[in-house]
Write a protein that binds this ligand. Structure first.
Ligand code: PNS
Length: 162
């Protein structure tokens, strides 16, 4: 069984994340999406909301499951007996952060490989931060996120608009 974990904040999950999952699926038997709590980053959605939205978005994808996690990513990967960690790599701007993260995780456990996927050019510039910025300013994010995420953003922002 080739199991990979796909970690991230997923605040919220975007079509870019889904593109990465779909690209990775043929290479692994199972993908476990790991939604990190990251309380220190003050996420917009709670961990439970982020997990629910990621589950809804991946419901039709067999061999994909979604779980929240706290603590070290490498421990999450070990718990799932993963042979690899998946990350998406968009522009050059991502590289420094990803390089540091990959090298650190490799030092912590060299047996778990880190594999990067480049999303389709349609999603190259999509980020959760950008999506939240557009939604906060009242713009439509329908082309960047699954419909349930778009609805959840509207619902969460509605009280602030009143
Ligand atoms: O989507 P993000 O915010 O870029 O994801 C970052 C994430 C959650 C993958 C990273 O912060 C992480 O792995 N957090 C868990 C704590 C940990 O293991 N830190 C050391 C990794 S270098």
């Amino acid at each position: 069984m080739k199991i990979a974990v796909y970690p991230g904040s997923f605040d919220p999950v975007t079509n870019g994340h889904l593109d990465v999952i779909k690209r990775a699926l043929p290479l692994f038997d199972q993908i476990v999406v790991g939604v990190a709590r990251r309380q220190e980053k003050h996420p917009f959605f709670t961990l439970e909301e982020r997990v629910r939205l990621a589950r809804q978005a991946t419901a039709k994808l067999a061999d994909v499951s979604v779980e929240g996690f706290e603590g070290l990513l490498i421990d999450f990967a070990r718990r799932h007996k993963a042979c690899a960690m998946i990350r998406g790599l968009r522009a050059v701007a991502d590289f420094d952060y990803e390089f540091q993260m990959a090298m650190t995780n490799r030092k912590l456990d060299p047996s778990i490989e880190i594999v990067y996927f480049m999303p389709s050019e349609n999603f190259f510039y999509v980020s959760s931060s950008l999506v939240k910025e557009i939604a906060r300013a009242g713009g439509s994010v329908d082309c960047f996120v699954p419909p349930a995420v778009s609805r959840a953003l509207k619902a969460k922002l509605a009280p602030a608009r009143r």
